[in-house]
Design a protein around this ligand. Sequence first.
Ligand code: ATP
Length: 453
Amino acid sequence: MPAKTVNDIVALCKRRGFIFTGSEIYGGLGGAYDYGPYGVELMKNIKNAWWNAMIYSRNDIEGLDAALISNRLMWKYSGHEGSFSDPLVECKKCGARMRQDKMIDPTKCDNCGSTEISAPREYQLMMGLSIGATADGAINAYLRPETATTTYVNFKNVLDSKPHKLPFGIAQIGKAFRNEISPRNFVFRMREFEQAEMQYFVRPGDDETQHEQWKKIRMDWWINVLGIPAEKLRFTPHDKLAHYAKAAFDIEYEFPDGFDEVEGIHNRQDFDLGSHTKSQNEFKINANVLENKDSTTKLSYSDPQTGDNFIPFVIETAMGVNRAMLAVMIQAYTDEQLPDGKSRTVLKLKPKLAPVKAAVIPLARNVPELLDTANNIENELRKLAIGRIELENSGNIGKNYRRHDEIGTPVCITVDHQTLEDNTVTLRHRDTMAQERVNIKDIPKRVLEIINS
Ligand code: ATP
């Protein structure tokens, strides 16, 4: 059973060191969160799983890690400076500020229910910066609000250094910043968050087929790699298309409060490369782009066969990593009644995603032989390089099992007095709580089987 409310996850995240409120000891800061010891591992495992699927399992996608701060002109021609905004309304009674398109009822204040709501005004979401020694406070750069644009402007750099034929892609994982009007639902809507985005460059005319293919690839990934059941996911087409899009779908996950977006899969046609290219007049650009007088580079592709030089179309897959982690935690969260009348909370994560891969627990902490044996097992498991292995030495086995159930550790290995006699340990499985007796020399093989299951 997944978590019934996001609050279950908020409490678990704080208790077990997944996510903390940003600058908490000073009262926090809306929309900013810090990832603790286990949160950072889960995020990393999700990002690695994405990188593995997008880059290491294919030969047509390259990686990139672009700067977070960028020249203002980039955001002028991408259209963000002019139109990356949300409709802001204000309650005249209680002063609450809300994003009109996300209000429960746009005629009533979400906070106090008053119907005295101001007319909407467009509110710029990009975070402006004033950088450099001569800065006079005026905005001369921006923190990026997405990774995508920083990929488009590197199209030629990547292609010239690593030649590819169309179709090919460029993928990035990195931070993005948006001055969201009302950050909400824990890490669902933050002001600083992380995206895993891939831009796939295709021949105009191939875009619709490629769009369908990427919808399928990405949905399969959510199901097979993140372990979200298919019935908890759906595609929703955008009813109002952004000015650059030819078609757009969101993958939505069923959160406790209903379905909401976790990833966008968009056909952006030639808007992006067409907006940022030099010599726009030399190309037939389909999308409606701003005239660009500042770009120094043609962002076009030369067909090696025909010699045609044209602007490729883009299919984008844009996932929020924090939202993916939230969905994974909600889905894995299980409260179970045990036969002895007690209950336990367990995170039934895919073993590959688990923050801790295995815990080694000596049954008594004051018996040096048990601790030595546990240390040796821990060292052998570390050699597998499968992620974090923990040695627990508190001596309270029940507490240790509870903690590792709650953080989703797939397997606990207990070293007890019998171990000293016959070299066997107890291997306890997280989901079934089944225990098996395994010889020490077989532990690495057995753990690998469990992690890869
Ligand atoms: P929304 O409609 O929820 O504001 P969006 O359509 O603007 O999101 P995109 O620009 O398509 O989002 O960004 C791609 C992904 O980045 C989203 O699917 C989401 O998972 C994630 N994302 C966007 N904004 C935020 C945010 N403020 N906090 C956390 N994740 C976000």
